[in-house]
Design a protein around this ligand. Structure first.
Ligand code: 3HC
Length: 285
């Protein structure tokens, strides 16, 4: 793991807690900062639950699980991240909110500490410019569920130094991930840029009455060997999250091909966010 022994994570939602868990599984101490106490409690419960499953499956002893939880600190105060050797922001997809976190982290983190963002699509350059260390800012894009998915996109902002890219890639590899370098700070990097048009097209196929939600999922699963069909994946990732990413692409690229489908808009307006809201595409038809 080199010099990185303590990992700071901001945000204890699905991605923040997943990333924190991966870091703890790799032997790091982890500090997770989240303003909402209920969210912190949920994250702690979620990680404990996965550890319990791993103990049941014989992958982890009770003692190891306990020791791992002992290395994780769940805090509400961001200033605890002054002890971190790398900070990873994993809050919701809102550029201004992310910039504000980076402004604060820049004051809290020791000089030279890398400040990474797990943004799904937004500009690393813009987020990094909220700090006085843009050369030490980088994208570290994990995929959901972070414990299972093997890829991390390491994204270069305009000012990110070569050294930061190398250290961030080495860190991702030390966490057991395969890191790819995204050399240009363009919306969506690689995976989401490829994925979102697929999800949008699946919505259009249903809107046009070509096939049902269920049949499109079956088609993509069996015809392309994807582990989940597009609608199951939309529900799993969060319909609101995918909608926000598509809207951002549409704004940034100015290309109608990225316009979010009406069907997504309707579901977001109706509060059907997918798995986390308990209602998504399978209730649509
Ligand atoms: N946390 C930790 N471990 C988990 C987990 C979670 N949330 N969900 C599943 N797992 C583990 C299970 O414990 C199981 O482990 P084991 O096989 O070693 O016992 C393993 O993953 C497989 O799980 P299941 O048997 O329960 O179910 P599946 O075989 O259907 O796999 C899946 C579940 C891994 C989620 C699989 O369906 C999958 O890969 N789906 C696609 C996920 C995907 O595409 N993610 C990317 C989304 S896009 C994104 O994140 C980008 C963002 O920016 C929008």
């Amino acid at each position: 793991m080199g010099a990185i022994k303590t990992v700071g994570v901001v945000g204890a939602g699905t991605m923040g807690s997943g990333i924190a868990h991966v870091a703890a599984q790799s032997g790091c101490s982890v500090i997770i900062a989240e303003a909402q106490e209920s969210q912190l409690e949920r994250a702690q419960k979620y990680i404990g639950e996965i550890n319990r499953r791993n103990v049941e499956k014989g992958r982890l002893s009770e003692a190891q699980a306990e020791e791992m939880m002992g290395r994780m600190r769940f805090v509400q105060d961001l200033s605890a991240l002054s002890a971190a050797d790398i900070c990873i922001e994993a809050i919701y997809e809102d550029l201004e909110a992310k910039k504000e976190v980076f402004r604060q982290l820049d004051k809290i983190a020791r000089p030279g500490v890398i400040l990474a963002t797990n943004t799904s699509s937004m500009s690393i350059t813009e987020i990094g410019r909220a700090t006085a260390r843009p050369e030490r800012t980088v994208g570290l894009h994990f995929f959901n569920p972070a414990q299972v998915m093997k890829l991390v996109e390491v994204v270069r902002g305009y000012y990110t130094s070569d050294e930061t890219m190398q250290e961030a890639q080495a860190f991702a590899q030390a966490l057991g991930k395969t890191a790819i370098a995204v050399q240009k700070d363009q919306p969506g990097f690689v995976v989401n840029r490829v994925l979102m048009p697929l999800l949008a097209e699946a919505c259009k196929v249903v809107e046009e009455g070509v096939a049902t939600v269920e049949d499109v999922d079956t088609a993509v699963k069996l015809g392309l060997n994807h582990p989940m069909g597009p609608f199951t994946l939309l529900d799993f990732t969060g319909i609101d999250v995918c909608y926000a990413v598509m809207e951002y692409f549409y704004r940034e690229f100015g290309d109608p091909a990225y316009k979010p489908p009406l069907l997504l808009h309707q579901l977001v307006r109706a509060g059907r966010m997918g798995k986390k809201s308990g209602a998504g595409f399978y209730e649509y038809q």
